[in-house]
Write a protein that binds this ligand. Structure first.
Ligand SMILES: NC(=O)C1=CN([C@@H]2O[C@H](COP(=O)(O)OP(=O)(O)OC[C@H]3O[C@@H](n4cnc5c(N)ncnc54)[C@H](O)[C@@H]3O)[C@@H](O)[C@H]2O)C=CC1
Ligand SMILES: Nc1nc(O)c(N)c(N[C@@H]2O[C@H](COP(=O)(O)O)[C@@H](O)[C@H]2O)n1
Length: 273
């Protein structure tokens, strides 16, 4: 059963100050993010098992983060202007996409953005992200949909999102896919100065490809001490053609922090190949 956002807020999370210091070099700096006009500051972040899985199977949610790394994620959420997930994550997880960090107020909540070019997420008015917005525990979502898939503006989902203060944002028609340069530029023109991208695997694997990697400012990955086994939803970006046998992504400025039973890597991707 979905957790009520009010109950979740009551179980607020706290972040120890050494963890805030550990993350500081990887966070968006307000002035620099505001000055950059082509795209927002981008942090890619997720929690994975030892075998690099996000969940045990497509369409299901698996709790991986322990208390400490969960607090870190909610701290990161409060440090970004927006939080983005793909439509399959929205459908599988019914996420709240707000920050339940102790002390997070309305002003520090990120704007949830859901990539759903074909508008196929069949949510109800009771979706957690809408309930959180109506309860002022988070911002209302923006759902990015291809213009041609949004002909029925009387769709009750459009009404529910608008009622909560959000928007179904029509973007250029596409064959189910937008380039990240286009998406990030669209976000920046909507005023978004920083975005934390949480997943799922399709989004993450695509962003880690050579052509997109330079768009990532920071990468923060929680590794939980569990194997989820074959059949899981896997983060494992494809080799570029002609580069098989080489590492796909390497990182620089790497730091690790142990948080309870989890370990968290903060880093920046190497972009010069
Ligand atoms: N452990 C963790 O930190 C996280 C786990 N998850 C898990 O990941 C799973 C979902 O992952 P996936 O199935 O890979 O789906 P996904 O969440 O990456 O969504 C894929 C869909 O998003 C849309 N999309 C993505 N990139 C797009 C682009 N560039 N242009 C247009 N549309 C785009 C498309 O509709 C695509 O089919 C769930 O099981 C969820 O629980 C999701 C986020 C974080
Ligand atoms: N950091 C982290 N740890 C896990 O164990 C997870 N399963 C996830 N999943 C992501 O968080 C979203 C759920 O957010 P709410 O708590 O409902 O606000 C989920 O959709 C994934 O993006 N993350």
């Amino acid at each position: 059963m979905a957790t009520d956002p009010a109950a979740a807020a009551a179980a607020a999370l706290t972040l120890p100050s050494p963890t805030a210091a550990f993350l500081a070099p990887y966070l968006p700096a307000a002035a620099a993010a505001a000055a950059r006009k082509d795209r927002p500051f981008v942090t890619l972040t997720y929690a994975a098992s030892l075998d690099s899985h996000l969940s045990v199977a497509a369409g299901t949610q698996t709790a991986l983060s322990g208390g400490g790394s969960k607090a870190l994620t909610h701290y990161l959420r409060a440090q970004h202007a927006a939080i983005l997930v793909g439509a399959s994550t929205a459908a599988a997880d019914d996420p709240g996409l707000n920050s339940r960090l102790d002390g997070a107020d309305a002003g520090s909540q990120p704007r949830p953005i859901i990539l759903d070019p074909r508008f196929r997420w069949r949510f109800s008015r009771d979706a957690r992200v809408l309930r959180a917005a109506r309860a002022r525990l988070g911002k209302a979502p923006w759902i990015f949909v291809a213009r041609g898939c949004l002909e029925d503006r009387a769709d009750e989902r459009v009404r529910w999102v608008e009622e909560a203060g959000g928007r179904v944002v029509p973007l250029d028609d596409c064959d189910g896919w937008w380039s990240w340069t286009y998406l990030l530029s669209a976000m920046r023109s909507l005023g978004v100065e920083s975005v934390m991208i949480e997943g799922g695997a399709t989004v993450i694997n695509d962003l880690l490809r050579l052509e997109n990697r330079a768009l990532l400012d920071s990468v923060v990955v929680t590794v939980a001490p569990v194997y989820l086994g074959s059949g899981g939803v896997n983060v494992s970006p494809q080799h570029e053609q002609g580069r098989e046998g080489e590492a796909v992504v390497r990182f620089k400025d790497v730091q690790w922090q142990v948080l309870g039973r989890d370990v968290v890597m903060a880093a920046r991707p190497e972009t010069c190949e």
